[in-house]
Design a protein around this ligand. Structure first.
Ligand SMILES: [Zn+2]
Length: 290
């Protein structure tokens, strides 16, 4: 390795050490440290702390698997937004709806915070409690943080689910909400649409999801990768990236860049695999402290 390469490597190691010194959520798992390539920080997993030369699958929100904890890119972006935007508190009551990751992750979360994993259909995985977002069997103000990745699009009554999330959230709390954003304006699928484990999609969300979140009472910053924000400002809506399930030009031409918050710079995007940028739009819904 050349001296030129060593300097930024050291700087990054120092930065990571500094972050994990103040936030236990960023301390690498012992097993991930052992599995990492000591000389390569090209790709990193912020969930388990693994680092190496390449992820185990190509760039995509549903891929770019961490070879150690098996997080996919959207798992890492959700964790990124939680750790970046919500200060660490070991007494924090965290509810995660339908987490993908296995018991190693759940065990780690339980050590970090007061953690509950919920599930609804219990087909793909079984969590600690069964929960219907439209009718949550939880007391008012009983949760400080909800992490909810790719669930809301599978719930028929969005307004009811958001009302329930607002009710169970404690004042000052946060819902980190991730859904696919395949188009500019929310609509039901034209044809029956299913995700992964044959779960029916009721809604294809667009930017107007913000109106529904605000109507439920939330304040709603919308974190996105910085490169996405830059190209929105430049009105570069078409990268030629095409996929049958996302209309890039429709989605991005409806965006209001002034309403978005950058959370990962170009180097973070490349290192943690937040690519393609348009897959990483998240809603940080907050309930005003009383
Ligand atoms: Zn990992």
């Amino acid at each position: 390795m050349s001296l030129i390469a060593i300097a930024p490597l050291r700087a990054r190691k120092l930065r990571n050490a500094r972050d994990s010194a103040t936030d236990p959520r960023l301390i690498a798992w012992r097993s991930a440290r052992r599995a990492s390539d000591a000389g390569a920080l090209d790709r990193m997993c912020n969930v388990c702390g693994w680092h190496g030369a390449e992820f185990a699958a190509p760039a995509h929100s549903e891929m770019a698997d961490c070879p150690h904890c098996r997080s996919i890119a959207r798992d890492r972006f959700l964790y990124w937004c939680w750790t970046l935007r919500v200060p660490y508190d070991p007494s924090q009551r965290v509810l995660e709806t339908s987490p993908r990751l296995d018991r190693r992750y759940r065990r780690r979360m339980s050590k970090l915070v007061d953690y509950t994993a919920s599930d609804y259909d219990e087909d793909a995985h079984k969590a600690m409690i069964k929960l219907d977002l439209q009718s949550m069997s939880l007391a008012d103000s009983s949760v400080d943080v909800v992490l909810t990745p790719h669930v809301l699009e599978h719930v028929p009554d969005t307004a009811r689910a958001l009302g329930e999330l607002y009710r169970v959230l404690a004042p000052g709390g946060s819902v980190i909400l991730m859904t696919p954003m395949p188009q500019g304006v929310t609509a039901p699928p034209k044809e029956p649409e299913y995700h992964g484990n044959n779960t029916l999609v009721y809604w294809r969300f667009g930017w107007d999801l913000r109106d529904q979140l605000e109507a439920a009472g939330f304040r709603v910053p919308c974190p996105v990768p910085q490169p996405l924000l830059h190209r929105l400002h430049r009105k570069e809506f078409d990268t030629g990236w095409t996929a049958p399930d996302i209309d890039e030009v429709d989605l991005l031409s409806h965006a209001d860049p002034d309403a978005l918050t950058p959370v990962a710079d170009e180097r973070d995007v490349q290192r943690y695999g937040f690519e393609p940028d348009l897959h990483f739009i998240i809603w940080h819904c907050t309930k005003t402290a009383q």
